[in-house]
Design a binder for this molecule. Structure first.
Ligand SMILES: O=P(O)(O)OC[C@H]1O[C@H](O[C@H]2O[C@H](CO)[C@@H](O)[C@H](O)[C@H]2O)[C@H](O)[C@@H](O)[C@@H]1O
Length: 281
């Protein structure tokens, strides 16, 4: 049994007491949109992990999917005509460490750079190893980020096969701002580095992958008629942007979005999945 995650003590959770467990009822608009989606015979339900299946927490290794959400994702994945996938910015190894079995068989990691699908769908994709230049570049950018993390209290690094992430969630606002600014200044001059801002993170990657590309690939590969994508972060916007009017994009939380529907928090995911399951029954 995996330990329960620590609850975050950050701006996103300093909302009123009880906010974390508050479940908002599905709006009539969202319910209608879900009905339309549920009518398609072959669908993909793709969910982001951090901030969507799992509430955000201070340390990435403490994140876990809400148990009810994980069970419902599994149940949904066993229904005829439904594929389920987790589409994460995490690398696949890190995802497997925080997601209790059974994980959906379709997993996208590192924002799309890593793709794991059942064998019958794996034609046409293999995770490419980094070139020598990319490996050297990753070493250079990681060295620069390490120097910045060492200068600021509670600023940490997360290492991925093709990227390094600067985490400032646990730092003071001043340290967080300074570390972010230094990282941006230091890395933007490095050719071949892709910088992605997320929630209290700056990710520097030597690859150009993004979730939009991965979702479009999954749509083709699985030959589905409609895609439901749910995500909370800035990097999920690439996913929302490739959706068509046949699809459904749901943004978790506040902030500008290309998604057409919204829910308040990861705690609304179980009800949403339950509704979808009953609509397909
Ligand atoms: O695409 P996702 O599955 O949402 O992954 C995006 C990033 O999530 C993780 O960072 C975020 O969640 C952490 C744990 O809750 C939190 O501490 C951090 O502040 C958030 O930005 C993960 O660590 C990153 O590698 C992912 O890219």
């Amino acid at each position: 049994m995996l330990p329960a995650p620590n609850l975050p003590q950050t701006a996103e959770t300093t909302a009123p007491e009880g906010w974390l467990k508050h479940v908002s009822p599905l709006s009539p608009q969202l319910s209608g949109a879900l009905q339309d989606f549920a009518r398609h015979p072959r669908v993909l339900v793709a969910l982001d992990f951090d901030g969507t299946l799992s509430p955000l927490v201070d340390r990435p290794q403490d994140a876990r999917p809400l148990p009810e959400s994980a069970v419902l994702v599994e149940q949904l994945g066993r229904m005829a005509g439904v594929y389920t996938a987790v589409i994460s910015g995490r690398n696949l190894q890190s995802l497997a460490e925080v997601y209790p079995e059974p994980l959906p068989a379709i997993r996208i990691g590192s924002h799309g750079a890593e793709r794991l699908v059942p064998e019958q769908f794996s034609n046409g994709w293999s995770d490419a190893p980094l070139s020598l230049d990319q490996t050297q570049l990753l070493g250079t950018l990681t060295g620069r980020l390490q120097a910045i993390a060492d200068r600021h209290e509670n600023v940490n690094l997360e290492f991925k096969p093709s990227a390094t992430v600067l985490h400032v969630r646990q730092a003071s606002p001043q340290a967080a701002q300074a570390a972010m600014a230094e990282a941006l200044e230091s890395l933007q001059e490095l050719e071949g580095v892709k910088l992605m801002s997320g929630k209290a993170v700056l990710e520097a990657s030597v690859l150009n992958a993004h979730k939009g590309e991965a979702l479009a690939w999954l749509r083709r590969t699985l030959d589905v008629q409609s895609v439901l994508f749910i995500g909370d972060d800035v990097t999920d916007e690439n996913g929302f942007k490739v959706l068509t009017e046949n699809d459904l994009g749901i943004k978790v939380g506040s902030g500008d979005t290309a998604a057409t529907q919204r829910i308040d928090s990861p705690f609304d995911i179980p009800d949403l999945l339950k509704s979808l399951i009953s609509m397909r029954n």
